[in-house]
Ligand binder design. Sequence first.
Ligand code: M6R
Length: 615
Amino acid sequence: MCGIVGYIGKREALPILIKGLERLEYRGYDSAGVALMGRGKIFVYKKKGKVAALKKFIKSKDKKSLAGGIGIAHTRWATHGEPSDRNAHPLLSNSENIAVIHNGIIENYLPLKKILIEKGYKFKSDTDTEVLANLIEDVKKNTKVSIDEAVRLALQQVVGAYAIAVLSKDDKETIIIAKAGSPVVIGVGKGEHFIASDATPLVEYTDKVIYLDDYEMAIIKRGKLTVKTIQNEIKNPYVQKLEIKIDELEKGGFAHFMLKEIYEQPKSIRDSMRGRINVEGGSVKLGGIEKYQNKLVNAKRILILACGTSLHAGMEAKYFFEELAKVPVLVEYASEFRYRSPVVFENDLVLVISQSGETADTLAALKLAKEKGTTIFGICNVIGASIPRATDAGIYTHAGPEIGVASSKAFTAQITVLLLIALYLASSQGTLNKKEMVKILSELENIPKKVEKALLTNATVIKIAKKFKNAKDFIYLGRGYGYPLALEGALKLKEISYIHAEGYPAGEMKHGPIALVDSNMPVVFVADKGGSYEKVISNMMEVKARKGVIIAIINEGDESAKKIADYVIEIPKTLEFMMPLVASVPLQLLAYHIALLRGCNIDKPRNLAKSVTVE
Ligand code: M6R
């Protein structure tokens, strides 16, 4: 949450900062601002609203104040203080000598603020960040040290999560950044450095990046970089090669990133299994977890921790791990797990799932599980993010950058990789023999084609979306593998169209939700011909008897379901545990088209951000 950008070098900083903010806007978009190092002062411009509002605002400003090769910028997702001009970042210290941008939460900002107020500091915003700006100023004033030293000492007083970038008039040739719990990446160019919350704004300038670790800071001068810990230990930074390509960050002719990402699923699923399956040999090869194979095979239980859509992928995985590998699986919201006293055994295996690899609750749950001595595997999409760096081993989903806030291709890529782990385990343990593995892997190899076919439902989905765009509520129902999909379908609709939607196990409907059903209630069924098909059909009849309107995702040519449902979306049949890979598509498209017809901001839904780096 919140996007940080910085530049120091020979080029003009402002265009780089603005472009970087646009790339990072999916992380937060309630206000944006820049601080540019001028000859005599730091020029700060900030505005409530999206980056576009900031761009418009600075157009009228004195060109000289916008020039120069050093600057920092921020796009905000509000935590402390409502979205407004005054709470937007950068925040200046009282003397206006120091500008700070910040991603995260400074938990002890209130006691720090109290002390600073007693010392005479005045505050113009409600933010925790302004407290940090003044704290740095106060440390500097009292200790007479350099600005980087003042930042380092000030951070020792701070409790909480942060990624910060600091400019100071006292050292006009330096940007200081630091990190604890929130991400920050440095792009290394020739005589220049780029700073960003994630690698997406850096791709067009360099393919060399440095990821700071927690409690590290970097002092960046033109062409020179020093990395040290907050405890003052000098570090030798590891420069990595960035694999993202620039066209992956563009919409490529689609109206929205979400639509592009929905359509990318045949490729992202294929990429996520590429080089990992040997169909003829009936085997799965997972290099990322090879060294820990024993931990997986000997695990008495698998514990899956995740949030949001990633949790729904984990719920699908529970079903196929238990079906194929016969190992018990517990799936838990990371945000719950971390705040209770979970019982975790050393011979459990923990699987954390996260698209961004930065979700604060998932990261905290991972750390808690680690303290209990278990082995942790990660399934992540963003290479080098905090979660994969904190796990023992893991497998990347190769979905490519997912920019739309509503997750789509990451979900199906996660299911693909989870399925590979389940198959790897099942064949290692002998719960599946070679013949069965060959059959399953042949079907898996075929899945991208079935997903392509599912994408052809788009025209049907648009017609349905037109009928229901004004509905006030939706119910999504499914059984077995259809149940987590019902949750995911409802989540997609809620987050991008703002229509209230409930996902429920279809069998639970009679225990309460059926009371909601009347002629105004659209009920979406996942009604593929899986093991619970007959039961789902009975549930459809129950809804029909109460005049509910049924939209059913069915297998191609299922005439019985067609007779019951009011609207059908036909998808190709596959093995039951692979059905979510195919059935996700119409659910995503339905949410997308309803949101589009309602005029919603699909890629940047209100109140949301792509990486939830606050608790
Ligand atoms: O990056 P993560 O997978 O850890 O993110 C978890 C959730 O925040 C995320 O899936 C969220 O629910 C999405 N907006 C859903 O579309």
